[in-house]
Design a protein around this ligand. Sequence first.
Ligand SMILES: [Fe+2]
Ligand SMILES: [Fe+2]
Length: 375
Amino acid sequence: MSINLKQLPFQRATGSVMVVDDDSDVRNLLTRWLSAAGWECSSAESVDTATNRLRTQAADIVITDINMPRLSGISLLKHIKEQVPDTYVLMLTGFGATRSAIDALMLGASAYLLKPVERDELLFYVNQTYERRQLILSQREYLKTLEARVREQTLAIKEAHEETIHRLVTAAGFRDEETGAHIQRTGLCSELVALAAGWTSADAEMLRMAAPMHDIGKIGIPDNILQKRGQLTHDEYEIMKQHTTIGAQMLAGSSSKVLQTAEAIALSHHERWDGTGYPNQLSGDTIPEAARIVSIVDVYDAITHDRVYRSALPAKMALSIMREGRGTQFDPTYLALFFTALEDIQAIAYTYPDAVSRPCDRLAEAVETATTAIR
Ligand SMILES: [Fe+2]
Ligand SMILES: [Fe+2]
């Protein structure tokens, strides 16, 4: 390569270079020039020595002769590309061996220098290779930071989304007998059943976020029906049933997959496997899967926890009620998966118990607060 580089100014170097050549004169000359220019230098007389040394001592750049006894510079280049790809390689080659130098470029060498090498030419290529290496490494670092930041922000948005849903559902549930803990348990237990059914973790997580909104339509049911302690009359029950369609209307038309799932759950969580549920008397597979899961989890959670109008059923009785619903109220496949996940579901119930104050106490508290505010 006949480039006149004599006048090029070189900055004081800061990187490390290893010179590999079986010819000690070349090794010494090159390391002297490089050291004088500020490069931290080491040298090796063979590929074996070089590979051993690279195991413990990193080099930013390796300058290697191609033709050496036993292993050639090409095999060193391959080793470096596989084992320490952030080390960049410059090839040294004698006159007439440009073919192997070109092969080396195709294998990932940064450049080649023809022997005898001139000092300025050497320093130019070493500098240029080092700068390119630093640029690529810093771009990679920047991308990594960027990816981490995007991941962080996505998580923050997801958390905010989940918290908004939680607060909205809690606000709606404040008029109802259902507690914040019930809402949380319904989400977590539905996620467990979905995972047991082989859903992807992303879909199961989406179900965890959507399930708590199953009764959000109760916001549109009058207090005298919603909070009635005794049995509902036929007409009252008909109004109560509307919480499914009201909830679906509230959630309809969203482009969010979570809210679309929540809409399907709100509408269909009172459908029954045998087609005798409400509001649309759907049966079997026509009931959305998410709603089939939530209906199992919701019923189990409701009967195993206290409500204003009744106490929790003992676990054994609750399980036999669930079993009785197999194929009539509940999807048999999902019910079986629910039973396989039962231990974890009970652990969730233990971790997220209802608050000490019963819903009826909470209602009294609310009335008290409201009265104080009016006064
Ligand atoms: Fe409901
Ligand atoms: Fe519920």
